[in-house]
Structures are given as structure tokens and as C-alpha cells.
Design a protein around this ligand. Sequence first.
Ligand SMILES: NC(=O)c1ccc[n+]([C@@H]2O[C@H](COP(=O)([O-])OP(=O)(O)OC[C@H]3O[C@@H](n4cnc5c(N)ncnc54)[C@H](OP(=O)(O)O)[C@@H]3O)[C@@H](O)[C@H]2O)c1
Length: 283
Amino acid sequence: MILVTGATGTVGSEAVRLLSARHRPTRAFVRDPARVAHRSELADEIEIVAGDFDRPDTLDSALRGVDTVILVSPAVPAQEIAVIDSAVRQGVTHLVKITSKASADSPVDRRRGQARIEAHLATTGLAYTLLRSNAYLQNLFALAPMVKQTRGFLMSAGEGQVGMIDARDVAAAACAIATAPTAHAGHTYRLTGPGLITYTDIANELSAALGHQIEYRQIRTDEHRAAMIRAGVPEAVATSNAQAFGLIAEGDAAWLTDDVAALTGTAPRSLHTFITEHIAAFA
Ligand SMILES: NC(=O)c1ccc[n+]([C@@H]2O[C@H](COP(=O)([O-])OP(=O)(O)OC[C@H]3O[C@@H](n4cnc5c(N)ncnc54)[C@H](OP(=O)(O)O)[C@@H]3O)[C@@H](O)[C@H]2O)c1
């Protein structure tokens, strides 16, 4: 039995869809079962269980009888640590953790949080695999309202390159490991898309797909942080986002690997494919 957390989220919902297509016995851990998309299309092998990371009793009952966990969440350390501890209590044999460029001394708060979770996981004795992803292409959906309203977007990543990955490929890599975990115990994979992308490339792809010019308006990180807060982004998230974009400008995300193809047997999706498939969201 595989348990997928965050099963209504970007990575988790795709992981459930893929495991359903393979008829793998799977439990989808969700706060609200009514929010599971395409529920009627899921195979009989998919069980939806309601629970909350903040309620350990719901974790223990969801993890009973589970062999492998795909752990994806907003990565609040106390919550993921609660899942890990419950997995140990329930005799789970392997955990696949979705993570980022975690580091205990990162200026970005959420990366320090991921490092805390990883450090805890390493102390438990549980077999595990880390999927350290570059930025998701799905983050571009946050630019869609501005693209629609202003034919452009604000960004503080300069001309920094990013090996952006489609979150569906993160899910595919997680499922490949979860269905045959033994060989992947103790490994960390660094997941990227097929190419290094700048926000100028993103503006150019959007312009070509929409048939009119989309402008990349470059701003400083402090201006960007303020703009995100004005737009309603919580202050802590805006701060972390602005720091991460500043790091991109400095080349921090300019890394590519072949790990997705090695794990899944399929090349990861490109920016062009993503924009073509989702252009309605920006039109
Ligand atoms: N975005 C990026 O560029 C990027 C890059 C590298 C790594 N990552 C990593 O990817 C992970 C996030 O993945 P994602 O984008 O798929 O997440 P997401 O779309 O934000 O989904 C989060 C999921 O967690 C669930 N959740 C939130 N609070 C919960 C609670 N208290 N109890 C139970 N479930 C709860 C949400 O359920 P509801 O539907 O009920 O809210 C949702 O299903 C993080 O570890 C992040 O570090 C992201």
C-alpha cells in the first residue's frame, strides 16, 4: 500500500492519478475528500482518507498497513516531522520525500525548514529517498492574472537561468520510486526539466503562444516583495519568494540533470509543452 499526502495539491494529485492508472493500491491523504478532483475517474484501488497533519491520530490510522509514503506538503517542519514519526510508529518501510534546495544555512526560511525535516528523517532509521526539485513550471500560474490584465509580468529574477520542472514529472519520478523503492533507498535525486530557462524565455514563449507581446518587467527584489504583499501574498511567503528570485538572478537555480528520464524512462516536459498545454490560463 502506498500513501500519498498532499493529494489535492499539485504534485500529490498527479501522483494519485498515475498510481490509479497503474491500479496500485494507494491511499490518498486529504483534509477534505470533497476536494479530490476527478474522483469518479479513479480506480477502485484508490482509497481516499481524511486527515490533518496537525492531528497525529489521523496520521496513525492513515499510515496503518502502508509500505511506502510519498510525502508532499507545504513543508511546515512540525507537520512533516509528525508524518515521519507516525510512519516509523506504523512500520512503514520506505518514504519518498519531495523537497527543494534545502540547506541549514540558506537565507530562505522554507529551505532551512526543509533542511530541518531532512535532518530529522535521517535520524529515524527509515529507508528514504529525497527528490530535490528545481522550481516548478506550475509556479507560472501565479503570473497569469497579471499577464491577462497587463500583457506583462513583474519579476525580480533578472536574467538568471532556472532548470524549471513540470510538477507532473516530479510526481512521475516519485511514483517510479514508490512502486519499486528498494534500489532507491538512501539516494537523493535532483529533478529538473530539459532546459535552462530565463524569464525572458518565458515572456517569449507566452508572446508566441498568445500572438501578442508579453513584457517581462524586471524589478528589484525589495520592489517585488512589496508588490507581492500588496497583491495579498502573506509577508513571510513574499519574503521567501523574493529571496529565492534574487538567488535565481545570481545563478542559484541554473542546474540541470537527467534524473527524471533515468527514473521514469521518459524525458521531462519542456517550457514550450507546458505553455502550449496551459495557454488558456494566460489568455
Ligand atoms: N513550487 C516550487 O517551485 C517547488 C520547487 C521545489 C520543491 N517544492 C516543494 O514541493 C512541495 C509542495 O508541493 P506542491 O506544490 O504539490 O504543494 P501544494 O500544491 O501547495 O499542495 C499542498 C498540499 O498539502 C495539503 N495540506 C496543507 N495543509 C495540510 C494539513 N494541515 N493537513 C493535511 N494536508 C494539508 C493541501 O491540502 P488542501 O487542498 O486541503 O489545502 C495540499 O494537498 C514542498 O515541499 C516544496 O518545498 C516546490
